[in-house]
Structure formats: C-alpha cells, structure tokens
Design a protein around this ligand. Structure first.
Ligand code: 13P
Length: 256
C-alpha cells in the first residue's frame, strides 16, 4: 500500500515544517517494517527542500507535484526531474486533473512527463479520471482507457520495485468536493484498469499500483482501501492536517 499526501498550492515554509513534523512525530515509534504502507508527502516546490530536511531519518518519502518533460534548458518556470531528485524527491505526481484543466496538459504530454520521470530516476504517480460530464454520458471507461493507453508506449520494459507504474484514479467530480465515488464505482474502474494493464504488460501488471483519490477521509478510507485492486490513496485536503492524514494511514488494512 502507498499513501500519498498532495498538499497542492498550500503551505509556506513554517506551516510545511509543522505539518511534516506532525506526521513524522505521529508515525513516531513505528518502524518502517511495522508501518502498513509507504508514505509520501508532496509539498509545493518552494517547500520541498525544507520538508526533505524534516523527513530526514524517517520512513516518509518526498515527492514533487509536477515535472517538466525536458531535461534542462530554456523553459522558464519549469522544474525538471533532476532538480526534484536534487532536493530529495523520489516520487512525482504527473498529470493531475488540476494541471490537465489549468495548464492544458493532454494525454500525450502527460505520457511524456511520465517518461521523463522514469528517465530521471523518479517514481511517477500518474493521475487519470473522468469529469462529471463524461461520467454522466457513460464515457468513464472509454476516457480512462484512452488515458492509460497513452502511457503504455512510454513505460520502460524493465520495471523495478522502486520504479514501477503507479496510477491514481481520481474522478474529477470527487476532488475537493466532499463527494467521493461509491465503492462500486471505484471497484469497477480499478478492475478495468488492472485488466487494461494486464493486456499491455502481462504478469508485470500485478506489481503496478493503483491508488484512489478524491475526498478520501478517515471515515471512508478503510472501506476504499479494502477494495480489491486498490493499492493505496492520493489524499488532498485531508493531508493538510496531520491528525487526519495519520488517521487515514491507520485505516490501511493490516493485510498489507
Ligand atoms: P481531495 O482529497 O481534496 O479531494 O483531493 C484529491 C486530490 O486531488 C489528490 O491529488
């Protein structure tokens, strides 16, 4: 299981430090072994270095929220994978629906960014998901299928434990709305994604991780994480309060 906190555009240095300290302290005496999941925090870029320093010596890992598809050069305002590695990141979120909507990132660009993350030694966490309009007209699986298909040619042949495909299913209508998808809807999409990945990658698909994101809270986390083909969560709002985030981690079933 993998639990990722996406802080989005929240947190100045002081609040980021406090939040990171609260999470590390809360995980406290638990060793990496007894923790039922891997935990990754994705602060805004300006707080990455300071959060990296606060996480030093803990089991919690650091991730970026986006990266450039380019290696370096004249791309004002962009941050490349090597720079993320340089401030301690091992992971990076790619293709979040907010970036798809705000920055016009299409499936092809998301796939190139994922390839850049693999190239630069980062673990990409690629977001997919349908809008409310797409769900209402019955196009959910078609949309998710196309988003996944765009990734397939860019996934390296040789995957490792540290670099595999991680996909986060985040229905756009469930993000920040308090309205999370019903368990049956999550089960349907996650099962569909696993089958798509099996068709593309065979036995390797079993080791790829499928996260759910969208209004995950302590109250609903346990039932979502208990679903087959759900290998963790991508948490937005509830990752901004250490107590809520820790309660979500506590909801991870012991079997993992
Ligand atoms: P919320 O948990 O706030 O709905 O956000 C989900 C998300 O977008 C995580 O990337």
């Amino acid at each position: 299981m993998l639990i990722v906190g996406n802080w989005k555009m929240n947190g100045l240095i002081e609040t980021a430090q406090e939040l990171a300290d609260g999470i590390v302290a809360g995980l406290g005496a638990r060793s990496g072994r007894s923790l039922p999941c891997e935990v990754v925090l994705c602060p805004p870029a300006t707080a990455l270095l300071t959060v990296h320093q606060r996480l030093d010596g803990s089991v919690v890992k650091l991730g970026g929220q986006d990266l450039s598809e380019h290696e370096s050069g004249a791309h004002t305002g962009e941050i490349c994978g090597i720079m993320l590695r340089n401030v301690g990141c091992r992971h990076v979120i790619v293709g979040h629906s907010e970036r798809r909507a705000d920055c016009g990132e299409d499936d092809a660009k998301v796939a190139r960014k994922m390839a850049a993350a693999f190239r630069d030694g980062l673990q990409p966490i690629v977001c997919v998901g349908e809008t409310l309009n797409e769900r209402e007209r019955g196009a959910t699986l078609e949309v998710i299928g196309a988003q996944l298909a765009a990734l397939v040619p860019y996934v390296p042949r040789e995957l490792t434990r540290r670099q595999t495909l991680v996909v986060a299913y985040e229905p756009v209508w469930a993000i920040g709305t308090g309205r999370n998808a019903e368990l049956e809807q999550i089960r349907e999409v996650h099962g569909f994604m696993r089958r798509q990945l099996e068709e593309a990658f065979g036995a390797d698909a079993a080791r790829m991780r499928l996260l759910y994101g969208g209004s995950v809270k302590p109250a609903n986390a346990g039932s979502i994480f208990g679903l087959e083909d759900v290998d963790g969560g991508l948490i937005g709002g509830a990752s901004l309060k250490s107590a809520e985030f820790l309660a979500i981690i506590d909801a991870v079933p012991e079997k993992f």
